[in-house]
Design a protein around this ligand. Structure first.
Ligand SMILES: [Zn+2]
Length: 156
C-alpha cells in the first residue's frame, strides 16, 4: 500500500442488484429441502466507507432471520459468494451457533466453498473499503512503504 493510493470502496446501489429471495430459495432447495423457510434480508447499511471488520451475515435464533450485509448487494460480488453466506447462516439455523467440527464439515459441502473462500481472501480489502488502486507508479513513493492496517475478520 502506498500513501498516494486512492481509496476505493464498493457502494450499495439504491436498486437491488441481487435477488436475495431467489438466491436463498436455491440454497434451501438444494441443501436444506427439509428445513422450514426462513426470511433472508439485507441488513442496514451503516454508511461507513472504511471499517476494521465486517459481519457478512448473521442468523438470529429468536427471530429466525438471516441478515446479509448490504455491501454484498453489488455487481462486484458473485452470486456464489452471497449464497455461501446464506448457506453458512442456514447451517446455524439447522445445527446451532457453534463453529465446531461438525459445522465445518457441513460447511465444506457447499459446492463453491473453496471458490468462496478464495474470493473473500482476494476481496476482503475491497469489502473493508481498504482496497487501493495506485494511479501512477511513482518510484520515490514506492520506497516509503506503509504497512496495511491489521485486518480483523469477524465472519458471521
Ligand atoms: Zn457462523
Amino acid at each position: 500500500m502506498t500513501t498516494n493510493a486512492a481509496t476505493f470502496a464498493i457502494k450499495s446501489p439504491a436498486v437491488s442488484v441481487h435477488n436475495l429471495e431467489s438466491l436463498a430459495s436455491e440454497v434451501r432447495s438444494e441443501y436444506f429441502p427439509d428445513a422450514n423457510g426462513i426470511p433472508v434480508v439485507w441488513g442496514k447499511n451503516s454508511g461507513r466507507k472504511r471499517r476494521r471488520s465486517i459481519r457478512l451475515g448473521s442468523y438470529h435464533r429468536g427471530t429466525e432471520l438471516i441478515r446479509i450485509h448490504p455491501l454484498l448487494n453489488s455487481t462486484s460480488v458473485p452470486v456464489y459468494f452471497i449464497q455461501s453466506i446464506i448457506y453458512h447462516e442456514f447451517l446455524h439455523h439447522v445445527l446451532g451457533p457453534a463453529h465446531d467440527r461438525r459445522f465445518h464439515r457441513h460447511e465444506r459441502r457447499f459446492r463453491y466453498h473453496r471458490e468462496s473462500k478464495e474470493w473473500l481472501a482476494h476481496n476482503l480489502p475491497m469489502l473493508l473499503g481498504l482496497r487501493t488502486k495506485p494511479k501512477h507508479v511513482d518510484r520515490r513513493r514506492l520506497r516509503t512503504k506503509v504497512s496495511p492496517p491489521p485486518v480483523q475478520l469477524s465472519l458471521f
